[in-house]
Structure formats: C-alpha cells, structure tokens
Write a protein that binds this ligand. Sequence first.
Ligand code: PEP
Ligand code: MG
Length: 559
Amino acid sequence: MVTTLHGTPVVPGLAYGPAQVTVSAVPEEAIRTYGDGGHADDVAALAAYDAAAAVVAEGFREKATTVDGATAGVLIASAGLATDRGLRGAVRKNLRAGEPLLTAVDRAVEQFVTVFTGMGGLMAERVTDLRDIRSRIIARLVGEPEPGVSMPTAPTILVAADLAPADTAGLDPALVIALVTERGGPTSHTAIIARQLGIPCVVGAAGVVAASAGRQLLVDGATGTIEVDPDPAASSARVAADASSRAALAEWEGPCRTADGHDVKLLANVADAASSAAAARGPVEGVGLFRTELSFLDRETEPSVEEQTLLYAEVLAPFARDGQHVVVRTLDAGSDKPIAFATHGDEENPALGVRGLRLSFTDQGLLDRQLDAVAAAAERTGTRTWVMAPMVATVDEARGFAAAVRSRGLEVGVMVEVPSAALLADRMLAEVDFLSIGTNDLTQYTMAADRMCSDLAHLTDPWQPAVLQLVALTAQAGQRAGKPVGVCGEAAADPLLACVLVGLGITSLSMAAAAVRPVGAQLATVTLDQCRKMADAALAAADPSAAREAARLVDTSGA
Ligand code: PEP
Ligand code: MG
C-alpha cells in the first residue's frame, strides 16, 4: 500500500526522487554534552557567543555572494540579525543573571521572538529567521554543523517542517527537484521561492517529515499529493510525460487566447527596474502590478519626488510599447509590509489597520507626492500608465482617489482586496476605469485568516468557493460596465485557476514573469465555454480541493 499525504498545492509539476529531510534542530545529545559550557565566567561565555555569532553571520554573507537580488538582501539582513547588538545585550543580561550560555541564548532569542510577533506583519515573519539563527549559533557553540539544507549532489526532493530564507537561497533546481514543507501557506516564503525556481511545491503537508526519511517520493504540485514509495516505473513514466508537456509550455510565446480565440491579457507583477526589464523580455502585454512599496522597505525617510520619479521611470521605460501599459500601485505600506516613513507602528491589529490607501486619510501629502512622481515618470517615458490604490473599502475612497489620479492625466483603478469592494463592484466601477483583484488579501479578509499563518493554509487558499464568488461578482460588474477587471494576486499564476478566473469573466491576469508561459499555454488548450464550465464546477464545490478536482475533471474531459 502506497501512503499518500496531502498538502496545499503551490507550484504545479511532478517530481519523483529520494527525499532529503532537512532537520532544523541541533542533536539533543550534543547539547547535553556541552552542558553549561564550562566557561570561566560570563565574560568568557559572552566571548564564545560573539565568536559563534560572527561565524554564523559570515556564513550568511558568503551565501549572499552566490545569489542576487532580494534573496541576497534577505541573507545580508540575517547576517545583521545574527550579530545584532540588542540580541547580544539580551544574551549578556541573561549570562549576568547566572544562566548557562545555551539557556541565555535560547531565552534571549525567545524574548526577541515575542517582540517581533507582537509587531506583526513582516517583523513577525522574521521569527523563522530568528529561530534559524539561534539553531545556527547553538550548533556552532556545541561544535555541530549548522542545521539547514546541505546542497545535494544528485536530484532530491527537499522535505522540511519549514524552510527559512537562508535554506532556500541559492538552491539549484537541477538538484532540488521539488519542495515539500509541513508548514507554510500559498503565499509563504517557500511558495514564492519555488515559483521563482519553477520547481513543484506543496506546503502545509502534515506528517511529511516523519513519513519521508529514506523514502522515494512522487510529488504532484498541481494536486498537492505526495506518494511515499510509489511504483518506480509508473512514477518515472508520469514524470517524463509531465516533463514533456512542461517543455511544450516553455515554448509558448503568446499572445494569450483560448483555443476558440478569446483574448486574455497576460501581465507581469514587478517590484523594481530589474524585474521590469526581465518581464519585458517575456511574452507579456504589460505590467499588471508594480508594487511600489517594495522599493522602500529599507528607507527610513520618504524619498523626494525627484528620486521617486527616477525610480518609477526605470520601471515604466521597458513598457513604452504600443498597446501596452503599466499599472502602478500606490504605496501599500502597513501590515505585512512595514515602511518606516509611512507605517503606523503601534497598531493592535495591523492587517485591519491603517494600511494602503488608508495612510492618506491622515497624510494626503504622502499620496500626492507619490502621484506627482508617477505622473512625471509617465510623461518622461511616454509609457501608458494606470494607477491603482490598495486596500480600498468604500465608494467614497474610490471617488477621492480617482479625482486625485485623473487630475494628473492618468487612468485610475482600485484594487479589490476587501470584500466590501467586491460587493460594491458596480458602484466602484462607476468611479474608476478598471478594477484589479488582489486575491491574496481578498482571501485573507474573506476567510478572516491571516495570510502569514501557516496553520490556516487551508483557509488562505484562493480556491475557496467564497473567494471565487466574490471574484465572480466583481467580474460580472466589469462586464456590465464594459471595463477591465483583472486579477493580480498569486491566484493568477496557477494555470488551472487561471482558466476558472477567465471563465468567471476576468479580462487580465498578472503574475510573476516565470508563471506567464505555463498559464498562457494552459489557456490555449481550453475554450471559453470550457473555462465557464470549470468556473461553475469550482463555484459549486464544497472546498478548495474539491474545486480543483472539479475544474480538472472538466479540463481533462474536454467537456
Ligand atoms: C494581493 O493582495 O493579492 C496583492 C496582489 O497585493 P499584495 O500581495 O502585495 O498584498
Ligand atoms: Mg494585497
């Protein structure tokens, strides 16, 4: 009997190979043997801590030189955290209180974890990094290798309870052929890395660590199933068939239309000049989401209008092309994206607090200066520029934002991330030129489930029928108004869900550039009528896995 485990499917594709279980803990035996460390006094113990932390930080810095972009930034930040003065101060205090070194480190990290968790959002996400740093420092102190992923020499499937950014940085997709974790949701760090690498990924797979050691796995990133020790010949045949259909996907060059000729705009999600230039080399018809706030995560003070103009112009320039446009999203600071110069730091519940457009309620100047910069960049580059606001909840907000954007000669839209915006889509569309559904937040707010909480991954799944209902309402409003309604959340990057979204009446899909070809190729195989049947089947399903199954059945039966 083959054991089959289930998780949340994140990146489609099949992989078959040996599991490499990554354990994030230092062996208990080594910790027992180390005992109190035998340090002469707390000064000597602190010196041992400093030496271990320095080695760990150096390891992060070295790894950062092997990767680029955002991943390198994350590793440099981890290096800083390992030798953080505040953390060191907490260790010293615990040592002075008479605690042995390992306990002092453990307690100091837990104190920081409590503080970070209390801050919520991105800071709370850093808790995984903090705990990772603790195990690395402890491993160095007790003379064990640092836990985490060691690069395999033959193709393997990486299995872990959870993966820290340091674990996934620099992974070689030729050697790591799939990722499976017990924790994490569809918008977790692991999911985002796997999507970039283009390897199958399943998250939230309970029990996979215990079941996988020394076993062969067949991972299906489309259905979220993991088969333990399946038939080798049959598995290899399924993987080969999947690989050849994926190779066909890689050839897809657009433009995107269904098998019966219904046009769908495929757009890219970008964060900066580099990702915009890379996206422009692929088969996309523009940018559907430029997340401006990601350029300012490390800024203490607001950049001047001129500095913002230069930055936006670099992102807009590659798309100064006929018939294309870039959708610039105004600052979505707050909650999971704290920006020092904008975020309200002392909120009880930041996801329901002053984030996105709400920042302009008390600081209209922040929005005005950003809109001035966007307008100037649009003029400089000649790129057709649309502007949209995140976190819009009322028609009044949409009206005020539309006036501010139109006074600068730009087209205006709002994001549908809050259920109220979906329910009032007709009235929103009376105020603006387009809507863009942010399914990541729409799912979070519809299901009342924190998108960062891995224990709730089954709720923060855009296949939830309630979320699809709100997408349907919004798309229908767009059809009545004759205005575009796109999706720019992670949902758009799922080829099967993309068919459902098109069937619901969505006119454009915006996603990470790496996801464009699989989505375009999948849409080319189905007719609009099939998409509609897939949408009906998904809407009628009881839960996300039934919705996936129902949509897949329509797809494969060609009904
Ligand atoms: C979304 O919420 O779906 C979205 C696209 O915005 P972000 O992921 O940046 O919050
Ligand atoms: Mg959002």
